[in-house]
Design a protein around this ligand. Structure first.
Ligand code: ADP
Length: 581
């Protein structure tokens, strides 16, 4: 830890810095330290003597309450909240508050049973337990933030819950035996009672204090508050059912303790560490009071054994609640982080796509200018200089004009396709009947020599679409229907509509060459063509434009066709009938 060496720092170091936290950070000044660890407020609120005194009072009262439930030996109880209180105090204020723990533990024991010396020994054991526990947690389990990660929760349970508590139990029981307040042959059972009481305090009570006092206050929404209340009521009802004698009669002692688990899982899953720790504590209180009154699955003739069994069970489910809550919180943190990163990457990709599209658009645009020159000058050559060319020369010149026209059409189609991919297409009520009829008129102009006949079954219902795109889609399908017919066959095309479940399906059927079903899926891809250029000219982009356009409007495309039996292409869009009526 880096600290400046001015006077303020030394005072700060000697009075307030929690020693156990010194390893946690490299900080330049006490101010930075206070800011990061949130002690600034505490510094003004509590001076060290006041904290120590307050801790002693709270410890003493909690100790008296705990020892009132001592059955096996007046100094050893299965319910011992002071262990959790002392650990949290040391994690928050450092080991400097040890006199508060020591004096209170001494007084609790002196006023319960034992001599001056045994009380002194037990107090030393209790104090050492808290100091060792806090030190181990700070050193190996992330200190006050032990519950932020699942891994450090396990370390906390082992180091503070299981290891440090053994210190107090061992010193305390040895002291009692040496002082003649317990028999050596009973020391194993007193030790386990002592140890489990302290363990549960560190596993159920200390997490509640730490989590609720150190974490930022949550902003629960109205529905979350309602859910929290429902969860609390369920916990109370089930707790009372299992441990409080509600519904299940006292003498039955059915093993229904597993019913205590669901509300804890609910709390941990939905309310994270705050919910999980509070629910585990609430269930413990209900369970202990019920068991002491002789209800529930753990109530036996021996109240100490009953409490021991119960406490072991509560420690186990308390651990489950904590671990689940921390896993859920970790998962949520990862999800939020991922969402942020996905949004960032999406924005980056969007930017790259936009610039690529702009780049392609300008290249395509620029390519058309020299093409038009080539085409224009070749035509001039053919018109004005035809007599000076021989036949092969004229053929070549014709091929040049055809190639440039094809290239121009290809670039145009690609530009259309690119625009469809990126342009915003606000949907509106579209008069399909009118647009399809205009498209048919244009087609008939283009195919006047082929004797094409188009029959539109009217009226075609209105749809929600973009008018220019729907026109583009219809023209592409109509042109294909007129183009892909057998040689010397006049195209016969039928346009019809079907309405079902709020959607309109427009059919364009032809009497053409048809398509093998094996190719139905692939022909909507860019540059996918089934025929050679000499037989049926084209760029292979028409159907890709159709599919992209319809999908951008929230619709679907498809076809029914077999070779030699004509084809029926359809596109389906949302009906606008509701808007019309
Ligand atoms: P293009 O018409 O420029 O070749 P399209 O993307 O419009 O490209 O069509 C892709 C392929 O699908 C066509 O080359 C053709 O083989 C087949 N096709 C499209 N429409 C029909 C149709 N009505 N009848 C038969 N085949 C068709």
């Amino acid at each position: 830890m880096i600290l400046s060496t001015d006077g303020r720092t030394r005072v700060f170091q000697s009075v307030l810095i929690p020693v156990c936290l010194q390893n946690e950070a490299r900080l330049e000044s006490p101010a930075a330290y206070l800011k990061i660890y949130g002690y600034a407020r505490m510094k003004h609120l509590f001076s060290l003597p006041a904290v120590t005194l307050g801790l002693a009072v709270v410890y003493f009262c909690a100790g008296k309450l705990g020892l009132s439930l001592a059955f096996l030996n007046a100094s050893a109880t299965a319910v011992w909240p002071p262990t959790g209180i002392a650990l949290v105090a040391m994690l928050a204020w450092g080991p400097r508050v040890w006199p508060g723990v020591f004096v209170a533990a001494f007084l609790v024991n002196l006023t319960t049973q034992g001599s001056f010396w045994t009380s002194l020994g037990i107090a030393a054991g209790n104090t050492l337990e808290a100091v060792v526990g806090a030190w181990l947690v700070c050193r190996y389990a992330n200190g006050r933030n032990a519950f932020e990660q699942t891994q450090t929760i396990f370390k906390y349970i082992f180091l503070a819950g299981m290891l440090s508590t053994a210190v107090s139990a061992t010193i305390g029981v040895t002291t009692l035996c040496l002082g003649g307040f317990a028999r050596w042959d009973a020391c194993a059972s007193i030790w386990s009672t002592w140890w489990i009481g302290d363990l549960v305090s560190d596993v159920v009570f200390a997490p509640l204090l730490l989590i609720w006092s150190t974490r930022p206050r949550p902003r629960w929404k109205f529905f979350q508050i309602i859910e929290g209340l429902l969860m609390a009521i369920t916990l109370l009802l089930l707790g009372q059912m299992v441990f409080g004698g509600w519904i299940i009669p006292r003498e039955k002692n059915y093993p229904v303790e597993f019913l205590a688990i669901p509300p804890l899982l609910w709390a941990a899953w939905r309310f994270g560490l705050r919910g999980g720790s509070a629910a585990a504590f609430g269930m413990s209180v209900i369970a202990i009071t019920g068991t002491l009154r002789g209800f529930g699955p753990f109530a036996t003739q021996d109240p100490n054994a009953a409490l021991l069994l119960l406490e072991t069970f509560m420690a186990a489910i308390g651990l489950i609640a904590l671990v689940l809550a921390s896993v859920v919180e970790e998962r949520n943190r990862v999800l939020i982080d991922l969402e942020g990163r996905v949004a960032e990457r999406t924005a980056e990709l969007r930017g790259t796509i936009d610039s690529l599209e702009g780049f392609c658009y300008s290249i395509a645009h620029d390519l058309r200018a020299p093409l038009r020159y080539i085409n224009g000058f070749t035509r001039v050559l053919l018109q004005d200089y035809a007599p000076t060319f021989d036949q092969p020369g004229r053929d070549y010149a014709h091929r040049v004009t055809e190639a440039t026209e094809k290239m121009d059409k290809l670039i145009n189609d690609l530009l259309d396709y690119g625009r469809l991919s990126s342009a915003k297409l606000p949907l509106e009520l579209v008069n399909t009947d009118k647009i399809l009829r205009q498209a048919v008129e244009q087609l008939l102009l283009e195919y006047s020599d082929a004797g094409a006949v188009v029959n539109v079954e009217s009226p075609l219902p209105p749809v929600l679409a973009h008018p220019l795109v729907i026109e583009q889609v219809a023209l592409n399908l109509l042109r294909n229907a007129a183009k892909f017919v057998a040689p010397n066959v006049a195209p016969r095309i039928r346009v019809a509509a079907e309405t079902a479940s709020g959607r309109v399906r427009i059919w364009i059927r032809d009497n053409g060459i048809g398509i093998d079903p094996a190719h139905h899926a692939k022909i909507f891809g860019v540059f996918e063509r089934l025929h050679i250029e000499q037989n049926y000219p084209g760029t292979g982009i028409g159907l890709a434009i159709v599919q992209k356009g319809v999908e951008r409007m929230g619709g679907r495309v498809g076809l029914e066709s077999k070779p030699g039996e004509g084809s029926g292409f359809w596109f389906e869009l949302k009906s606008a009938e509701i808007l019309v009526s």
